[in-house]
Design a protein around this ligand. Sequence first.
Ligand code: CTP
Ligand code: CA
Length: 223
Amino acid sequence: DANRAVEALFKDKHIMITAGPTREEIDPVRYISNHSSGKMGFAIAAVAQQLGAKVTLIAGPVSLPTPPNVIRKDINSAQDMLNAVHETIATQDIFIACAAVADYKVNKISAQKLKKQSQNITLTLSQNPDILSSVAFLEKPPFTVGFAAETQHVESYARAKLEKKKLNMIAANDVSNSTLGFNSDRNALIVLTSSSTQHLAPNNKSLLAMELMKLVHKEYSRS
Ligand code: CTP
Ligand code: CA
């Protein structure tokens, strides 16, 4: 029965998903962050669970309900997300990095609220760890899937990330189109492996998540 086969695709596999933005504190009342509703990552978590996987969702600050039967850990900063991921990464079969991680953190978080100055101010930022790379470069990495949100050269930039980060797969989306991606309920993806390019047409994020997970399964089975 076709339905039953789909249901069992990831039976007893452990899948970890990062989702949402991270928040880098400036002082007790301010932060730096990225646009990200978390909807794509949460949709993937829901679908993976429906397909039989044991799902761990590491979520930045988003206002979304936890999908049924998914283990959720909430974090704020990129460093916290890195720590949460590595707590249980050794037991994961598949890692899907959907989070919009802040590339930089504020060098020195002020313990007190910064007061408005009469001149311009300068914030010094330092690089955050790359969570996805840290997983893909483990001695025994899980099957790794990255995302790439690009505003130009979508496919070539995504392919460069696939290679540089040593990923099994990357899903790229064009965020210059304001009706898709980010806070939208809809998205379209270009899914790349080292030997293939597949286009997933614009769709709501749940159906798109299902299409993506079918591609992940196909590639995972071959790896
Ligand atoms: N990613 C991550 N940790 C970071 C930055 C990115 O895990 N510190 C992951 C994202 O979750 C995504 C992939 O890496 O799956 C690509 O993120 P992206 O921001 O597109 O790539 P960067 O390598 O940060 O390059 P740039 O922002 O310059 O395009
Ligand atoms: Ca980035």
